[in-house]
Design a protein around this ligand. Sequence first.
Ligand code: GAL
Length: 682
Amino acid sequence: MDEQRFAWNEMTVGVCYYPEHWDESLWANDLDRMLANGITVIRIAEFAWSIFERTEGEFSFDLFDRFLSLCAEKGMKVIFGTPTATPPAWLTQKYPEVLNATQSGVLMRHGLRRHYNYNSPVYRQKTCVIVEELAKHYATHPSIIGWQIDNEFNCEVNDFYSQADHDAFRVFLQKRYGTLDALNAAWGTVFWSQTYTEWDQIHVPRPTPNGSINPHLHLDYIRFVSESAISFCGLQADILRKYLRPGVFITTNGMFGHLDNHRMTDEQLDVYTYDSYPNFAFLLERAGKLDQLRDRWSSKSLTEVRSICPHFGIMEQQGGPGSWYNRMETPTPRPGQLRLWAMQSVAHGADYISFFRWRTCTFGTEIYWHGLLNYDNRDNRRLREVAGFAADLKKLQPLCGAQMDAGFAIVRDYDNVWDAEIDTLHRAIHNQSENAIFEASQLYHTPCDMLYLRANTTLQDLAPYKALFMPHASILTQDRVRLLEEYVQQGGTLVVGCRTGYKDECGRCVMDPMPGLLQPLTATDVADFTFTSPAEPVPCAAWDGETFEMPVYNDVLTPLDGAKVLARFTGSYYAGEAALTEHAYGKGRVLHLGGTFTVENTRRILAHLELLEPMRTLVEAPESIELVMRKKDGRRWLFALNYNSFPVSIQLKKPLVSLLTGKESTGNFELAPYGVDVWKVE
Ligand code: GAL
């Protein structure tokens, strides 16, 4: 992993503000009240293109000049956004080729945002012009401490089908494959007579009789979308870097699909920021798609964010009930919840927390996406809660830059994340297992990290973890296997699940027995495999007299020389066959589960590896409480977060002093509804 180029040296609270939405007479009072409530940074301007360039080539900076002078006067620091997420009407009207399109080629029109495409030469040129004008004008402004590029790459839509994308896809493929022969081989185009004889025959996905397309093309298309977004981000970063004062950082916000956020951050950004809206959990819950973790699922996203940038910021932290005028109805955060969710971000490594937004907009799509203040502009409980949080954060100052203390990591790589998106078999097992492993880690207080295997990943990145869970790496490459082998050789534990290692980097199936390149490490062979049958009871596996379910998919394992069988299937036609094996390799070991991970089998495996509940000598808590440990320079801090609407008791096993209240507690400790506490451990 590359070193991050900027990190906050103080825990900081911010808010998103839109001077262009309000009468100027409100500005001074707004800034005064922010500062009085502990908010010292604002993010501005990311949607204001039509203010800066009302018609083509006619620039005006007056409004933001006046506002920034006021910021300088009041001592408010500013993160300035480039406005490219919202091309103005004059631009899209005159140059419709800048627009994104549906798969059928229908242009996405003005009226929302992110309606542009990354590859249009005109859009790239217009972007360079506006960014250069803004950078020239504002780069030396004393209030500006950082720049945000665009807003939420790949939000709203992460598929691109404009003419510019068809054209750029071919260039991308020419670079990747060199010749059409190589491309035809990589995509297996001999199947169904898909062979290409001219580059112009190749397109980003277009409508087909039932929507399916060549899977290898599909995988490359997602790589292409990611590449396009990174290059568009880089276009802007390069311009900004020509003008910025030293110490002023470049970031972007949000984490969306079809984008290698790790590479974008390493190559283009100084620091990464995320937008955290835990209330979305309630939408999923209403749709029957979520279980008991609810808003705790945001901790999984934060875990992923930490893998991109260990000391990240939150550019948009939920500040109120959020819905658009036509979608996403969610409840008002209960008293305590805003603070809880902000602390969830802090517990997972954020050193900057900026709420979205200061005041709810009185017009436009987001009239119900509430900020801290309501339309009436009166002080309210949400603002008081944020002021309280800002005061709390001051007390957590020693934690700034602290690391998360995690004993194991969930391993990912972008090839497999994207393959799991397009391949329904892979998706079914990937989602089941990743969620179950994360849920087990949450419920049984065994914090985990996420680790992406990338071209620049080294043994040093893997070595801190006692175990790595790589549930279903269908795609394996020599490089990744070599790295995993080194990790196991020097004492690490690797845990893999079913359908490991049957594809190459193009997504083509290999003719080796599963788990392919990993077979020397697992010492297993997959003799047979199946989706579990709805006509039979869910197959189980027995391990030391206890049984657990093996749902969704089963690989029937044959242990080879040296592999020990830990568990055997108890149901279906493969009852009695190996379901979980362990193979000592070098100084470490490799476990192979012939199935998907569940909360229960993960708990058993973690217990077997002696990783379960690492904080148990310090604290005991019910499953509904999240426990997190952060560490820095030999010091450690324990977070306990109560996501429940009722008080919950935990047991502190030794006297601990709270950083928030200064009180020492031991034994029974009651966390208030939506309550949080943080203790110094040593
Ligand atoms: C974020 C976005 C904000 C605002 C918010 C509420 O995704 O960055 O600009 O739209 O959602 O919808």
